[in-house]
Design a protein around this ligand. Structure first.
Ligand code: PTJ
Length: 243
């Protein structure tokens, strides 16, 4: 039991969810390590959505709403932490949801799909094909899902699939607390924010999007500026740490 007046309540609940999901096979042990890395970067970012992250979230919503075939790619960590938030974003944006795993087994595919279904997410199913030029199982995706998508949201991603999707001409949006990761540097839109803070903000922006705002955000988008702002945020946190 985590007392709700604990100063690190939110972080402890997230950690508990990851631990439970490791026990149920939804998250791999490596996913717990990825979560810890995210926590460390979140500390350095001040554990709140910065102005530049909020801008990235609005821009992500603009790209999702402008897409013909948007897809949200879900891995174990994302399913464990944010199944309900994924449901809400899928509904607000019209995006399809596909499970795509680095550590892929049929048992995990089924467990994650069942977990998402129980949160009200409708998950694309079918026969996955090796459609991406990658030697690992993230290459496996659905022809009518990620294969045909023009915009793909890939939270907590590893870099080479992001690169492959961009090379295929797709717009790739990522959510990654590490602004130095290969994914962060390669994606079209990088949201340097915590997953469960970022998703509701994107959903709200999708619901409120107007054609004018959508066009303005897409035209003005500069991912390097967003990454630079995230690094400046970390520098500020460090500079103010002992004040
Ligand atoms: O479920 P699978 O088999 O597909 O495996 C998923 C993991 C996460 C194990 C796999 O994709 C992986 O190894 O990812 P990486 O390369 O560790 O990248 C994960 C990135 O997400 C890291 O840069 C973390 O800082 C970041 N991250 C971790 N937790 C969060 C996060 N970013 C946003 N919100 C979080 N809660």
């Amino acid at each position: 039991m985590i007392p709700d007046d604990h100063p690190r309540y939110r972080s402890l609940v997230a950690r508990e969810r990851i631990a439970d999901a490791v026990r149920s096979g939804i998250v791999v042990v490596e996913g717990a390590s990825a979560h810890g890395r995210g926590e460390a970067f979140d500390y350095l970012l001040g554990e709140e959505t910065s102005a530049s992250a909020a801008r990235a979230e609005e821009t992500a919503a603009a790209f999702l709403m402008a897409a013909d075939r948007p897809v949200i790619s879900v891995n174990g960590n994302t399913a464990a932490l944010a199944a309900v938030e994924i449901r809400d974003l899928a509904k607000a944006s019209g995006a399809a949801v596909e499970v795509n795993l680095f550590h892929r087994t049929e048992a995990r595919m089924e467990a994650i799909t069942a977990h998402l279904n129980s949160a009200g997410v409708s998950v694309l199913e079918g026969t996955a094909e090796r459609l991406l030029p990658l030697s690992h199982d993230r290459a496996l995706c659905l022809r009518e899902g990620i294969g045909a998508a023009d915009v793909v949201l890939v939270p907590l991603e590893d870099g080479d699939r992001c690169e492959a999707l961009v090379a295929m001409g797709k717009t790739v949006i990522t959510i990654d607390l590490n602004p130095l990761s290969r994914t962060a540097k390669t994606a079209t839109v990088t949201i340097v924010d915590e997953l469960t803070r970022a998703l509701p903000n994107i959903t709200r922006a999708c619901r409120e999007m107007t054609p004018e705002t959508q066009a303005r955000l897409i035209a003005a988008h500069d991912n390097t500026a967003l990454l630079r702002a995230a690094l400046e945020q970390i520098q500020e946190t460090l500079a103010d740490a002992l004040d």
